[in-house]
Design a protein around this ligand. Structure first.
Ligand code: ZN
Length: 250
């Protein structure tokens, strides 16, 4: 790190749990963020600001006026632009030293495998169950940890799935496919209160910084937040021995 970097990251470096070594690990890390919407906006901005070395942002959608209520990486000048490109430009404005790549297409199974083979961590900031299952399966195949977030109406949740831990569950252990829990709940149809996506996205970014720098204890289980009451709840998530994705692996 040069003097400018030491100054830029000084408030993190002064933390005993991060220090120079943790910041160097962050600067050397490569992260994939799938989705550059409500969750992906704060994730991209905070991870770029915190000093993640290489960020790949993937989103096939274009910015619409109804997104601006909560997707704070985009502005009026970005309407109709691809969301990954718009979020990349916003994050680069914060930290031009970050290598930020935009993927403007939907990542199918083969594309996920290719991109995830070259990253240390994946953040799922999508709002479709089909994408969540595909990202989870690809992370299991590659042995790459996954920070999963979701937010709808006034409720949010976060979980970290780390296949490097042999006892850790995966997303499909928590939500077995085809058990009725995979009914689509999307902000476009159900609404979402603006700061909620910021809260959950920031929680995802925090867990990512911890995992990449080595600070603290990685999040275990499932955390849920009820914005109507301000209450957090925490649940253990056991590994499912019959899970269609992770049984017999790890
Ligand atoms: Zn599983």
């Amino acid at each position: 790190m040069n003097d400018e970097a030491l100054l830029r990251y000084s408030r993190q470096i002064m933390l005993e749990a991060i220090d120079i070594e943790g910041q160097e690990r962050l600067l050397a890390s490569r992260v994939l963020v799938v989705g550059a919407g409500g969750l992906g906006s704060p994730v991209a901005l905070y991870l770029a600001a915190a000093g993640v070395g290489r960020l790949t942002l993937a989103d096939a959608d274009a910015v619409e006026l109804s997104n601006l209520q909560r997707q704070i990486a985009h502005g009026m000048a970005d309407l109709q632009r691809n969301k990954a490109c718009s979020a990349r430009d916003s994050a680069l404005a914060l930290n031009p030293g970050c290598d930020i790549r935009a993927i403007e297409s939907h990542l199918d199974e083969a594309a996920l495998d290719e991109v995830i083979a070259d990253v240390d961590l994946v953040l799922d900031c999508t709002d479709r169950f089909s994408s969540r299952y595909a990202i989870n399966a690809a992370c299991r195949r590659a042995g790459v940890p996954l920070v999963s977030g979701a937010a709808i109406r006034f409720s949010g949740q976060l979980a970290v799935f780390d296949p490097r831990d042999p006892a850790a569950p995966c997303y499909a252990c928590l939500y077995p496919p085809g058990e009725g829990g995979d009914e689509e709940l999307r902000c476009a149809e159900n609404g979402v209160v603006a700061p909620l996506v910021g809260l959950i996205g920031c929680f995802q970014a925090l867990e990512a910084v911890k995992l990449l720098s080595g600070a603290g204890t990685p999040h275990r289980g499932l955390s849920t937040f009820d914005g109507m009451t301000g209450q957090w709840r925490h649940f253990q998530v056991p590994r499912d021995p019959a899970c269609p994705v992770c049984a017999g692996t790890g």
